[in-house]
Design a binder for this molecule. Structure first.
Ligand SMILES: O=C(CO)COP(=O)(O)O
Length: 129
């Protein structure tokens, strides 16, 4: 029997979206075998630029972070890659904090920068092989 797919959420603020595309491109083959979800604009770029299959939620400022948080709370996610922009105020800061808090409450790996994302993705890849 095949092992279950890793379920990963991918989210990036606007100034971090290029970093997300570069990161996801490096792990494209692994990610293509995962079940992916993303906030709206991030997901659209992953689909259009990398050809990945991604379930897109609403855009972050319109509740996408909260939708991903809800999936996490109901046990539908194994990991969140959330490339936040620490230099730009976001109108939906409470939603962002709620998602990161939900990761901590439910002990779900949450990578909020590229260096941590590499560590998490490498670990997930090696635990699948
Ligand atoms: O704002 C975001 C996360 O807080 C990201 O949303 P988008 O992917 O829709 O830009």
């Amino acid at each position: 029997m095949k092992p279950p797919k890793s379920r990963i959420a991918l989210i990036a603020h606007d100034k971090k979206k290029d970093d997300m595309i570069t990161l996801a491109g490096e792990y494209r083959d692994f990610l293509a075998g995962c079940s992916l979800t993303a906030t709206g604009t991030t997901g659209a770029r992953l689909i259009n630029e990398l050809g990945l299959a991604v379930e897109c939620k609403h855009s972050g400022p319109f509740g996408g972070d909260l939708q991903i948080g809800a999936d996490l709370v109901t046990g539908e996610l194994d990991c969140v890659i959330f490339l936040r922009d620490p230099m730009t105020p976001q109108p939906h800061e409470p939603d962002i904090n709620a998602l990161v808090r939900a990761c901590d409450v439910h002990d779900i790996a949450c990578a909020t920068n590229v260096a941590t994302a590499h560590l998490v993705l490498k670990q997930m890849m090696s635990s699948k092989s």
